[in-house]
Design a protein around this ligand. Structure first.
Ligand code: FE2
Length: 478
């Protein structure tokens, strides 16, 4: 959503005018919940789940609260949330966090920008604010609501405006059984690295971009983590849907379009190419330029844009994320055109690391450049090389494809849910892939070299076997 450009000077009077926006009292608490024995008995005979429209119905209470990365994360916090249409004027409040509770009395109130979204389950309203004019490296608390019903206060931090060590989390496709099977991954990842600066989602966050219930699962899995750690999502092909006729059938010969949920529920930097706002964007974080590309459409326009924003990149490190891999680890899923179009730019602009999804396996390259596709020496073998990027494909959800082993894979895996912790400290970038259990599965370091030479790659692969799908049992002759 186009976030409000409001900063502290743009305040609204809080009190009578605001509460008048919603006439009713706060949403009452539910009645005592413990089921009577007879009720429990009845539940054992239930055969149908609670209907999606009921399970995911919005109310005046803010839900699906998500902090998304702001273009200037040292001085601003972007937040989006959902309510029903009863909330006419939504607001956020923000204050510097303090040891005690009195910070709340000093909070500043900022009006949200709101938009209606009619999903497949019915109408809702999404609200977003950009809390600007903040101080770098500072703890704040914010909450969202309408003056009647509020969220909790989320305690968050702004980034430093200087290069300083930090780490972040990266997730390949979550996509399927998100509530049931992906929730454990994001929660384990957060438990492992609770100081993470942001969460990268490399596309296919859910399986059907137009399904409100699936978005409900995704927001439920991240829950309050989403309110605290900014998300950096890239659209995958499953966030695209072809338009449908009133009878539900797909419009013939139509092209897929990015789900209308995307811009309604995320307030992302609007610094991408025209027509791809919030689907392609970049931000700088403590010495790293991070670019999220949209590999689904507008690839030539993004090539020109990327070349330009990386030509003037003052940061030491450059990390890209997008959905479709430059090197595919699955059979018959090669993206040769994308490689031809984008990889020479990655080489020319010395991109350090590319984080991708789409192929529901794990595979990680050494230092690769366009000229040595698919075989041959790497930048690491050539001391004069000036280019060489590490490419990663990963999967965090439970949908698994078969791996097609290739020479370029330094470490690969099948049937393993993973998350990654990436840490940047001065001239060193450390990458760790960990399984859903938190076990180290892959690791390396990139070390910056002088005189524009390619990074030095130091392999730190753990001494554990690769996880592979067991071969199908051969048929036994009768
Ligand atoms: Fe996928």
């Amino acid at each position: 959503m186009t976030a409000s450009r409001s900063t502290f000077p743009t305040l609204i009077t809080f009190g009578i005018a605001l509460t008048a926006a919603r006439a009713q009292a706060p949403v009452p608490a539910p009645a005592a919940a413990a089921p009577a024995p007879a009720q429990a008995q009845a539940n054992a005979t239930r055969t149908a789940p609670v209907p999606e429209a009921e399970a995911h119905r919005p109310s005046p209470i803010p839900d699906r609260i998500i902090r998304t990365i702001a273009a200037d994360p040292a001085r601003s916090i972007a937040v989006t949330w959902r309510t029903d249409a009863a909330v006419v004027q939504a607001v956020a409040q923000v204050a510097k966090a303090e040891h005690g509770p009195r910070f709340a009395e000093k909070a500043t109130t900022v009006a949200a920008v709101s938009q209606d979204l009619v999903s497949n389950l019915g109408p809702a309203r999404y609200h977003s604010v950009l809390l600007g004019g903040l101080e770098p490296s500072t703890k704040y608390a914010y909450r969202v609501g309408d003056g009647v019903d509020w969220s909790e206060w989320f305690q968050v931090s702004t980034a430093s405006d200087n290069p300083e060590p930090f780490r972040f989390l990266y997730f390949g496709d979550a996509q399927n059984d998100v509530k049931s099977m992906w929730s454990r991954v994001i929660r384990k990842a957060y438990g492992d690295a609770p100081d993470s600066a942001f969460l990268v989602h490399a596309g296919d966050l859910i399986n059907r971009g137009a399904s409100d219930a699936l978005w409900g699962e995704w927001f439920g899995a991240g829950a309050w983590i989403n309110g605290m750690v900014p998300s950096v999502p890239s659209p995958g092909n499953h966030e695209y849907e072809r338009p449908r006729l009133p009878d539900g059938t797909v419009v013939p010969d139509s092209k897929g379009v990015l789900t209308s949920h995307w811009r309604a529920q995320f307030a992302l930097p609007e610094n991408g190419p025209a027509g791809l706002e919030e689907a392609a964007y970049f931000f700088d974080y403590q010495g790293v330029r991070i670019v999220s590309l949209n590999s689904n459409e507008g690839q030539p326009e993004q090539a020109e844009w990327l070349d330009r924003i990386l030509a003037e990149n003052p940061q030491k490190w450059t990390i890209l994320t997008f959905h479709h891999p430059i090197y595919s680890p699955a059979k018959n899923r090669d993206n040769a055109e994308l490689r031809r179009l984008w990889q020479p730019i990655f080489d020319r602009r010395k991109v350090d690391l590319v984080l991708q999804g789409h192929d529901h396996t794990y595979a990680r390259t050494g230092l690769k450049s366009y000229e040595n596709v698919p075989e041959g020496g790497t930048a690491r073998d050539d001391p004069d090389a000036t280019a060489g990027t590490v490419y990663v494909v990963s999967v965090s959800g439970p949908k698994m494809y078969v791996l097609d082993p290739e020479q370029w894979m330094k470490r690969s895996g099948e049937d393993v849910q993973l998350y990654q912790v990436v840490a940047v400290d001065g001239d060193v970038l450390r990458y760790e892939a960990r399984t859903a259990l938190g076990d180290l599965y892959d690791a390396f370091e990139l070390q910056k070299q002088p005189d524009g030479r390619a990074n030095r790659l130091v392999e730190q692969i753990p001494d554990t076997p690769e996880i592979r799908r067991p071969a199908p049992k051969a048929a036994v002759a009768e």
